[in-house]
Design a protein around this ligand. Sequence first.
Ligand code: BGC
Length: 729
Amino acid sequence: MIGYMNKLNQGVIAVALFLSTSANAQTAAPTTNAAPTSPSSIDQLIKKMTLEEKIGLLHANGIFSTAGVARLGIPGFMMDDGPLGIREDLKPGGGWTPANLTTDSATFFPCGSALAATWDPALAYQFGKAMGEEARARNKDIMLAPAFNITRTPLNGRTYEYYSEDPLLNANLASSFVTGIQSMHVAACIKHFALNNQETDRGMVDVHISERALREIYFPAFKMAIEKGNAWTIMSAYNKVRGDYCSENDYLLNKVLRGEWGFKGIVISDWGGTHSTVKAANNGLDIEMGTRPPYDRYFFANPLLDSVKAGKVSEATIDSKVRRILWVMNNTTLYKDRPRGSINTPEHSKTVYDIAGESIVLLKNEKHLLPLQTAGIKTIAVIGNNAVQTFHLGGFGAGVKARYEITALQGLKDALGPGFNILFQPGYNAPSMDYVRQHKIDIDQPDTAKVAAAAALARSSDIAILFIGGNRDYESESRDRKDLRLPFGQQALVDAVTAANQNTIVVVIGGAPYDLTAINRNNHTIVWAWYNGSEGGHALADVLTGKINPSGKLPFTFPASLDQSPAHYLHAYPGQGLKEEYKEGILVGYRWYDTKKIAPLYPFGYGLSYTTFAYGDLHCGQETYSANDVVLATIKVKNSGSVGGKETVQLYVRKNGSAVERAEKELKAFEKVMIPAGQELAVTLKIPVKELAYYDEKSAKWIVEPGAYSLLAGTSSADIRSTASFTVK
Ligand code: BGC
């Protein structure tokens, strides 16, 4: 044992030196002399390793690092959060204290729901690639991104990190993102597998779900990110699924992930999300990560060594983990011509701007106040804390120390230039949730003096633009929101400003649905913007002024009230006695609203433009298809307005007269297209017939029902413009 400890310590010290050198020289790629390129050379390398050295690879030796085997020239991994950009470096020694370096700022990328609102997998690829470049420049090997659990409840604190309520949209974005990031030889760590759909009790809640819902709704994005995106690593979620923690879940990790999807990479635990040694080791976990030392006491450190010696975990199992790690290293740390990367470049800012610009959703424009007609306007009242709020920090693993971030107010000033009198009033306070808790503040109470000052400014201005919504502290990992209300008494502010100035534009900045019922009733002009990264303020201003024609579409339903939402309607959230049954089954998001004929406030896929699109007839290539065919659907879409614009054509499918429960309709294809003013474009969408299948629990098979299907082409899930039908033999 003493011998082992010495060896292990030596290894840790050697690697710690290696790591600290590389942490200071942020841009220098580590050099190494080990480069296993084939399975046989990986095996030879494994043969040279002692058991202690192997086990040294399987657990954290720092908050975001693992040890290598210095003797054999095998480097450890440097990992980092997260989905919105490369987070700041932390003080060595464990814990979340920032290192306060001057070299660790990064580009702040738009949040997950913003990316989802673009409906553009090509932008997801760009996002991933830019993040990969920044990760390389900061010397990270594994990025703990992307995060794309399904939006099951709008209250989930991580809704803004995740993508959408629809598996197809999720899957396409996730796999494109993974391809982008890994093109830079930085491993994506797709997360969180599986069913981390809420933060309340996330570390303990035991999710029970039908196999069908799992397969049809919650698995597809993970499956595609692996099968098509070829993700090299995956993070197990904190919660339990059917009684077992995800980090020791034989069904999830061994049977589905590896057995069915052929995952060749590494399963990494969420931080502190490992709960056993033998069970986790045998059930598929590869690397245990966590925050604080002593790392040699982790389940996958000394206790794992003891378990191997006691015969409870075989050395073959350890070897298979090491083999997978070396395989990922082959693609990352040991990859010969790893690109050096680049950080905070104009190109990355442009990527942020492009995503932000395509994500913003025009919710209402009844008076055609937008795009802003500046003729005759002298004084503009900019009201609301979110006009001056930045959004890069906060939310634990999703915080980024941005090199810069353009606020909404700055963006507007830059876009309008001199010649306007732009005056600002905050209108509300946005204290941190820690402060709220400590001082027992009622966050629903407006600050009446601030509201009055804002209304006075609005009254004396030509137009008023309100910037309200959430922020990166109010929406956060580790807690769900308690309701959908706009916090900090913002409704009172909106009411007062709207009453003071007829020309009030409401811009809501948030990452998850809020209750906008009153605003939708009382206001004529509403724009939805997201936590949109370093260039968020510029993109938003360019949408308001018309330089960008808005084309974002909602990636999730905005309920009219929380109790409309399936998990809440069915009292299936946040679980009872730490057990939660997903009673809504496959009816998640719009599948629920459509099937139950519930009209939400804004439906999935909704978003207006400064132009209008006229849909022609939908044509189906054939009347009848068989199992291996691909359904070809064509529709002409005309830009019937006077400015060019992008439209996302959404193609849904309904099975008529199904023998099993089916959603009213399911998204099966989509395409975002640019159409110049006055022009018409034929859009062709493809649906492989096998994608029409439902998952049959009895036979454990996907079944394509023969018979009649309807194709529905629309501009949102609730605004179907043209239909067609076909039969499957
Ligand atoms: C989060 C992960 C994150 C990890 C490391 C956890 O709390 O759930 O998403 O990557 O911390 O910061």
